[in-house]
Design a protein. Structure first.
Length: 120
């Protein structure tokens, strides 16, 4: 049976959903910051890297790649870095704090997925 036909565990679907929501939240936050003129190049790069890593992790999970665990580990690290930067740069901005929270949630999901992949 091909990987595309195999049923994904619920935890993997949850992680994919969190990656998708993290990508959306980073995009919305980045656009809002750009409109306000408060987006630094460092922050833009971090958010774009986070979005790219979330997309890569999601695609690996979709095809149930044997590299999922490693990719999810990298995604978790990227999401935590983005969360930290959001908190530092926007401690008084509600949207930045929501973005940081979503990035942390995604990092937690990816860390859990990485552990599950190692255990399998």
């Amino acid at each position: 049976m091909s990987a595309m036909m195999m049923e994904r565990p619920a935890s993997m679907q949850r992680c994919m959903d969190d990656c998708s929501m993290c990508m959306s939240m980073c995009m919305e936050t980045m656009m809002m910051c750009m409109k306000k003129g408060s987006m630094t190049m460092e922050m833009m790069c971090m958010m774009e890297d986070c979005m790219d890593m979330c997309q890569t992790a999601m695609r690996c999970m979709m095809r149930m790649s044997p590299m999922c665990g490693k990719v999810c580990s990298m995604c978790a690290e990227m999401c935590m870095s983005c969360a930290t930067m959001c908190e530092q740069m926007g401690s008084k901005d509600e949207m930045m704090m929501r973005c940081a929270e979503m990035c942390r949630r995604c990092a937690d999901s990816c860390n859990m997925m990485m552990k599950e992949m190692k255990a399998a």
